[in-house]
Design a binder for this molecule. Structure first.
Ligand SMILES: C[S@@+](CC[C@H](N)C(=O)[O-])C[C@H]1O[C@@H](n2cnc3c(N)ncnc32)[C@H](O)[C@@H]1O
Length: 260
């Protein structure tokens, strides 16, 4: 396994069940976003969807419940196995494979009505790789189909030089746990270098009266909107929907692109 794959696999470790705690704000935000986008998906007659960084399968579950045929892939084998397990439990029929988005065209031969690449997965790729990822997403999208991406706006993120970011907190009644999670960030001098993320999730099991701390770290790349938008234009894409959320826990810029 190469270093990138290894880092991503361990950063998104699900052994301790902390993924949904770290991204609980993202899960809520995604559900609202999918509701907002329903009319657009209907207008473009979306039936088949692939999520190319499906994580633990949260978006696939939502999309299946809205009536779409769903497929998934992810670079991390940890994530693929967890998504398969989670979706089986929820009776979601789907096929999920392990693939880097940079090789997705080799691993998947079909094209889809909607191609999803969300949760700032672009931040795990270098600037050149981000361009290749956009090209590849276009490659597996049907003509007149849609691509849904989101990313942290690297220019604003770097500029703010924020050191601490509250990620999520709440009570998980199913697992009888109370959780609190945050990032500690280290930004470089310019936005062409990687920034460092340390994630911390503090979990209190109130049945067993036990506390555990889940720690992980990774380096990531800033995503510069102009780079992404230029690449979309190179692929003849048209931006149909744009949402930038800067309040609360969210810092994501979401785009829906039409492949002409
Ligand atoms: C923050 S998670 C987001 C998961 C999911 N899309 C969501 O929004 O909840 C980022 C995901 O991107 C995956 N990922 C990172 N780099 C990738 C790549 N090059 N190709 C495919 N997936 C990748 C990670 O394994 C992880 O599951």
């Amino acid at each position: 396994m190469d270093k990138k794959n290894n880092d991503i696999n361990s950063f998104y470790s699900t052994e301790n069940g902390d993924f949904n705690y770290l991204y609980s704000d993202h899960i809520d935000f995604s559900q609202i976003l999918f509701e907002t986008l329903e009319p657009l998906f209907k207008e473009y007659k979306v039936k088949t969807v692939i999520d190319c960084c499906c994580g633990v399968g949260n978006d696939l579950k939502d999309l299946f419940q809205k009536g779409y045929d769903v497929y998934g892939s992810d670079l991390s084998l940890n994530m693929v196995n967890t998504a398969i397990k989670n979706l089986k439990k929820e009776n979601v029929p789907t096929k999920i494979i392990q693939s880097d988005v940079l090789y997705i065209n080799k691993n998947i031969k079909e094209t889809f009505d909607l191609v999803v690449f969300r949760g700032n997965a672009l931040g795990h790729l270098s600037s050149d790789e981000q361009k290749k990822a956009i090209d590849n997403l276009f490659g597996i999208t049907k003509n007149n189909g849609l691509i849904f991406i989101d990313f942290r706006n690297g220019e604003k993120y770097h500029h703010k030089n924020k050191r601490f970011e509250l990620r999520g907190h709440g009570i998980d009644k199913h697992n009888s746990e109370i959780y609190f999670s945050y990032y500690i960030l280290k930004h470089p001098k310019n936005n062409f270098e990687q920034y460092k993320i340390k994630s911390r999730t503090l979990i209190f099991d109130y049945k067993k009266i036990k506390i555990r701390l889940v720690c992980s770290k990774i380096e990531a790349n800033y995503v510069i909107p102009d780079t992404i938008i230029d690449r979309i234009k190179c692929n003849n894409g048209k931006i149909l929907f744009e949402k930038s959320v800067e309040n609360g826990l969210q810092h994501l810029q979401s785009l829906i692109i039409l492949k002409i």
